[in-house]
Ligand binder design. Sequence first.
Ligand SMILES: C[S@@+](CC[C@H](N)C(=O)[O-])C[C@H]1O[C@@H](n2cnc3c(N)ncnc32)[C@H](O)[C@@H]1O
Length: 231
Amino acid sequence: MWLGVSVQIAFGCALATGTGLALMLSSPWRRGMVATGFPLSFALVGLASGLSALWWLLPLAVLALAYPARAWSDAPLFPTSAAALDGLDELIALPEGARILDAGCGLGHGLQALRRVWPHAQFDGTEWSQPWRWLAALRCPWATVRQGDMWAQSWSDHDLIYLFQRPESMPRAIEKAQREMRPGSWLVSLAFEAHGQHPYARLQHPGQRPVWIYAIRDHGAATTRSSACRV
Ligand SMILES: C[S@@+](CC[C@H](N)C(=O)[O-])C[C@H]1O[C@@H](n2cnc3c(N)ncnc32)[C@H](O)[C@@H]1O
């Protein structure tokens, strides 16, 4: 009892506030995290009160292993949804046996969405986090998934690079693609546009993130072309 309010009422108010705030969010993931954050931490504090303080470092160690600090400058794990890339093949004509790289492939959701579109292509994935890389390789046995830094590897052997990173990653991605990729190849970015560049096309499914498509022309040249939009 504090300020004349029982613990149960205070707990109920905190729970209601968290749930109310969660309902204002659009993403089901975020709603879940915000709504369960307080009760979960409350339960953990109760359950773990007898444990040595060292155990509290365990989740931190797991997080550091899954997300080495280097990957933080690009995007954390956020998967591409299964049908997000459907219809890309109507906008991009890839050659027979094309090689596609998901740069920062996470758990392999992007690779799976790409394979729905181009089932006969060859797939590679690069992921900085070693645990995610193992899981992606298990989930996508038809792809070659490597642990590594997507910025350090050459993109020159690929016909299409797929990215789902951050807005801040896009200038660097465009510059790397223009420097290394063959004319006639493609850079595809889920959600994030490369400002100052004309996209070749934008794929937009209702209620979904846009997919920005950049055609690589001559080395060093801008990826200009009239912007076709498929809504
Ligand atoms: C938003 S997730 C996208 C995952 C996957 N491409 C998809 O669409 O489902 C971004 C991923 O990029 C990885 N990543 C970030 N920076 C990286 C880097 N420099 N090299 C390799 N992977 C990186 C992160 O660890 C994370 O798994």
